[in-house]
Ligand binder design. Structure first.
Ligand code: OSB
Ligand code: MG
Length: 368
C-alpha cells in the first residue's frame, strides 16, 4: 500500500440526545475524519478525540495539529507492506494515541479493501454477530433513567451500563434493580471518585454488578489495585489502559479484572491486538468500548470485536441511538436478540455518504 494522498476533515454531527458523564455534557460530536488514498482505493478512519480534552488530554484541535504537522508528513508518499507498520514512521511522536489511531486505522481499512477482504479477517478473526450493550448518561431524575432503561431493554440490548458520579450512584442502581431485577448491569464512573470514596464504591457490591468501570483517577493503576482488593465487584479499566504496557502493569498489579478496549485510546489496532494477545494469555475478559463514534468508527469497532477474547457485550450500539442520519450509507442496526452485525464487504464495509459528509464538514485539507 502506498499512502498517495490523505484527506483530513473536521466533521460535526449533532447527537440525537445530549450525553452526560461525570466529566460533562456532550450535545454533538466534533471529530477528525481521515481518508487515505491509493490508486483509486480509499480507507477511512475516525479520530475519537472530542472537541474538549475532558475524557483524555487530546482534542479535535490537538489531533488536527499532530496529524497535519507530524503524522501525515511521516507517511505521505511512502509504501508500507502492512498498515501495522505505519506506527514505526511516527515513533518519535510521543502521546497523541487518538490522532495516531485515526490514521493507522484508515490504513487498515485501505489494506483490507485492496485485498478485497473484510477488515475482521485481516485482524485475525471472522465475522460473527457482536453482543451489544448500551451506555446511558446521567439523567436529571431516576424516573427519566428508568424510562431509558426500559426502552433499551425492549430494543434487545444485552447489558445496561449507567454513568455514575458522587451523588448519582447507589440510588439509580438500586432503582434499576428494584424495577428490572437481575438484568446484566454495570456502572462507569469516568474517574469521578477518589480512594476516600472506597466505602461508597464497596456499598455497590450488594447490587451484583458485572463491573465498575474506571472508578478512580484516569491514569492510576496503584490505587485501583488497592480498591480491587477491597471490593467484591470486578473493576474494569478504560482511561488508565493507554496501551499494552499499561495493560500488563494493571494485570500484574491486580488493578482490574476486566479491560475495556478502545483502539483510539491506545494508538490503533496494532496496540489493541497486543492487548488482546495479553488478555488471551492471561484469560482476562475484554469488551469493546465506544466513544460516541459515527458509523465509520463504529464499523471499525465491530470488526475488532470479532476477536475471540471479546466475550462481554460492547458499547457498539445502533446508529439511531447516536445520529439520525448517521454519516454512513447503511446505518448500523441492532437485532431483536441484542446483537449487531459486522458490516459485510471489503474493509470496514461502509463509507460516508458524500452529501452528508460535505454538509457536516467544518474544515478540510488535502495532502499528496
Ligand atoms: O467512558 O466509555 C466511556 C462516551 C464518550 C467518552 C467516554 C465513554 C463514552 C461512553 C459511550 O460510555 C459509549 C458509546 O455508546 O459509544
Ligand atoms: Mg468508560
Amino acid at each position: 500500500m502506498r499512502i498517495a494522498a490523505v484527506e483530513l476533515s473536521v466533521v460535526r454531527l449533532p447527537l440525537v440526545r445530549p450525553f452526560e458523564t461525570s466529566f460533562g455534557q456532550m450535545a454533538a460530536r466534533e471529530f477528525v475524519l481521515v481518508a487515505v488514498h491509493d490508486d483509486g482505493a480509499v480507507g477511512w478512519g475516525e479520530c475519537v478525540a472530542d472537541a474538549d480534552p475532558f475524557y483524555s488530554a487530546e482534542s479535535t484541535t490537538t489531533a488536527w495539529h499532530v496529524l497535519t504537522k507530524y503524522l501525515v508528513p511521516a507517511v505521505i508518499g511512502r509504501t508500507f507492506a502492512h498498515a501495522r507498520d505505519l506506527s514505526a514512521a511516527w515513533r518519535r511522536v510521543r502521546g497523541h494515541p487518538m490522532a495516531k489511531a485515526a490514521l493507522e486505522m484508515a490504513a487498515w481499512d485501505l489494506e483490507a479493501r485492496q485485498a478485497s477482504r473484510p477488515l475482521c479477517e485481516l485482524l485475525g478473526a471472522g465475522a460473527r454477530p457482536i453482543a451489544s450493550g448500551v451506555s446511558l448518561g446521567i439523567e436529571p431524575t431516576v424516573d427519566a433513567l428508568l424510562a431509558r432503561v426500559e426502552t433499551e431493554l425492549a430494543a434487545g440490548y444485552r447489558r445496561i451500563k449507567i454513568k455514575i458520579k458522587p451523588g448519582w450512584d447507589a440510588k439509580p442502581v438500586e432503582a434499576i434493580r428494584a424495577r428490572f431485577g437481575a438484568i446484566p448491569l454495570m456502572v462507569d464512573a469516568n474517574a469521578a471518585y477518589t480512594p476516600a470514596d472506597a466505602a461508597t464504591l464497596a456499598s455497590l457490591d450488594r447490587f451484583d454488578l458485572m463491573m465498575i468501570e474506571q472508578p478512580l483517577h484516569y491514569d492510576d493503576l496503584v490505587q485501583h489495585a488497592a480498591l480491587q482488593r477491597s471490593i467484591r465487584t470486578a473493576v474494569c479499566l478504560d482511561e488508565s489502559i493507554t496501551g499494552p504496557a499499561a495493560a500488563a502493569d494493571a494485570l500484574e498489579l491486580g488493578s482490574c479484572r476486566i479491560i475495556n478496549i478502545k483502539p483510539g485510546r491506545m494508538g490503533g489496532f496494532g496496540p489493541s491486538l497486543a492487548v488482546h494477545e495479553l488478555a488471551v494469555a492471561r484469560n482476562v475478559p475484554l469488551w469493546h468500548g465506544g466513544m460516541l463514534e459515527s458509523g465509520i468508527g463504529r464499523a471499525h469497532n465491530l470488526h475488532l470485536s470479532t476477536l475471540e477474547r471479546f466475550v462481554l457485550p460492547g458499547d457498539v450500539a445502533a446508529s439511531r441511538r447516536y445520529f439520525v442520519p448517521d454519516l454512513i450509507d447503511h446505518p448500523i442496526e441492532v437485532a431483536p436478540d441484542g446483537t449487531v452485525a459486522v458490516p459485510p464487504g471489503p474493509g470496514i464495509g461502509v463509507i460516508p455518504v458524500p452529501s452528508r459528509l460535505s454538509e457536516a464538514t467544518l474544515q478540510r485539507e488535502e495532502f499528496r
